[in-house]
Write a protein that binds this ligand. Structure first.
Ligand code: SAM
Ligand code: SF4
Length: 500
């Protein structure tokens, strides 16, 4: 904590509430990541019996969470034919649970001061080449206006470093500010309707503040579940150095009433097979403790960052073929969770992963603080951003590509605003019921976006897809069709924010 002032040091010293770790531990003082068991499972590298693999695939297709042992069997598969079957099943699961929808969002970086020193991150405290900013509420408003008014986003993930100037009160205020923005668009009005948060773990009392202000999903990535590696990458004298404070972040969120929670591994820090098995321990622990598993799983993969030499020395990088396997295995292991692939990945990689079960992707993203309102979407300013993006293409181009691949972009945020969160949404997802509401809302929000923001080329591709979707809804959901068609026509006439 060398470069920090006394206020920062004092704040960092008091972040962790030890009792809010200890209360969740097992009776013998251990936590839920069973390292010995994972290492034992990884020792077996034999090719599994195809009949056993197919039985596990069938279990995943019935939208049941796999056990750690079952996931370990799938990890051992080498036969290309069986891998093809697993990939096909991953796409099918996505279709059963989420249909052909792809939800889109954008990250909004609001503050990049940080008291931690994660060796791989451009925002780390010791990185003297990083330009630091904590946006004022006026600046936050301008960012939200640019995102809702020019780009047409409805859903954001707001991102913060861990720092006293961006503590819980600041986070809550910025969420309020984002929700308050309303801007005129071509045919209607634009507004951010769901604010998800990616921030450091917090105590229950602070998480309650975020719950009250109406956050969507609360994301905390464990980075690595390999505690030996975790200790090497996150200095012990920092807040983030406490592995278990992070491990129980979602237990505390659940206690604070936040029931849409997102997990993630930062791929490239340790053996990805270990990470997947340990993450499955986390998923199963959440199902036990919270009654529901993660709302989303994220797959950040290490990207270069300014003045971060550790990234060049790192030899654990995950190659594209293994990354594809990771996504397929996660899709099968946790069939109900949303899977998020960010613009860290290249356009080619995102095209490759889309049919394998991905449910959410960002676009028009910028990971620089204050970048949207300054019109720097394409010119990436690396000295103010956390890492360098792989897919900087505009939302219009990306949406056109998804539509031409048969996927409808959904800007829907109705679920959580109608109380379809937590255990309720899990049940709807597992039974395929949520898909019915979601298809309707996807079409309505896609139409809104096309009319308000699309280029003529994208509008043409999008309208053709909508035509197909309308015919399908009329045929498959005849009871709801008249009401739905009425709402669709209201949207087409310029009304906004109508949902099921
Ligand atoms: N500071 C908070 C924390 O660490 O939990 C939240 C914000 S942090 C900016 C969001 C995530 O960015 C981290 O959890 C990590 O997984 C990811 N990240 C950090 N450095 C990265 C890099 N070089 N490439 C890709 N992702 C990175
Ligand atoms: Fe700070 Fe998060 Fe970056 Fe670590 S990953 S240095 S905690 S912003």
């Amino acid at each position: 904590m060398s470069g920090m002032n006394e206020i920062e040091k004092e704040w960092a010293r008091n972040r962790i509430v030890r009792a809010e770790i200890d209360k969740y531990l097992n009776a013998d003082g251990s936590d839920y990541v069973r390292d010995d068991r994972i290492l034992e499972l990884l020792q077996d590298t034999s090719e599994p019996d195809p009949a056993q693999v197919r039985a596990i695939i069938q279990k995943a297709l019935s939208i049941q969470t796999l056990t750690q042992e079952e996931l370990a069997v799938l990890i051992r598969v080498k036969d290309p034919g069986l891998w093809d079957e697993m990939k096909a099943a991953a796409g099918k699961i996505k279709h059963i649970v989420y249909d052909n929808r792809i939800v889109t969002f954008a990250p909004l970086y609001l503050a990049n001061k940080c008291v931690n020193n994660c060796v791989y991150c451009g925002f780390r405290e010791s990185n003297s080449q990083q330009q630091r900013r904590v946006l004022t509420q006026d600046e936050v408003r301008r960012e939200a206006e640019a995102m809702a008014g020019q780009l047409g986003h409805k859903r954001l993930i707001v991102v913060y470093g861990e720092h006293p100037e961006s503590g819980v009160d600041y986070i809550a205020e910025t969420i309020r500010t984002v929700y308050s923005v309303k801007v005129k668009t071509r045919r209607g009005t634009g507004q951010i309707r769901r604010v998800n948060v990616n921030a450091a773990p917090m105590p229950v009392a602070e998480l309650k503040v975020l719950h009250e202000v109406g956050l969507g999903t609360f994301q905390v990535f464990q980075e690595t579940y390999d505690r030996r590696m975790y200790a090497k990458l996150h200095p012990a004298n920092t807040v983030k150095g406490d592995f278990r404070w992070r491990l129980y972040a979602m237990h505390r969120a659940q206690e604070a009433g936040i029931d849409d929670n997102g997990l993630g591994v930062l791929y490239g820090l340790s053996d990805w097979r270990y990470e997947l098995l340990a993450q499955q321990d986390h998923v199963l622990e959440m199902e036990r403790f919270c009654g529901i598993g993660p709302h989303t799983l994220s797959f950040p993969r290490l990207e270069p960052a300014i003045n971060t030499p550790w990234l060049e020395r790192n030899d654990r990088k995950v190659n594209d073929d293994d990354f594809e396997k990771i996504v397929v295995l996660a899709r099968l292991a946790v069939p109900y969770s949303g899977l998020i692939i960010t613009a860290r990945e290249s356009p080619e990689m995102r095209r490759r992963l889309l049919p394998l079960g991905v449910t959410q992707m960002d676009a028009s993203s910028n990971v620089g603080v204050g970048a949207y309102s300054e019109g720097r979407q394409e010119e990436q300013k690396s000295e103010r951003q956390q890492f360098i993006l792989g897919d900087p293409r505009p939302l219009d181009v990306v949406i056109r590509e998804w539509a031409s691949m048969g996927s409808i972009t959904s800007f829907c945020t109705a679920g959580y605003r109608c109380g379809r969160t937590g255990a309720c949404i899990m049940k709807l997802l597992r039974t395929g019921e949520e898909g019915k509401f979601c298809k309707l809302n996807a079409v309505l929000t896609f139409k809104e976006w096309l009319d308000d923001f699309a280029s003529p080329e994208t509008q043409a591709v999008g309208e053709a897809l909508i035509k197909k979707e309308l015919a399908e809804i009329e045929a498959k959901q005849p009871k709801i069709w008249p009401e739905f068609k009425r709402d669709y026509d209201r949207i087409a006439a310029g009304e906004r924010d109508i949902y099921f």
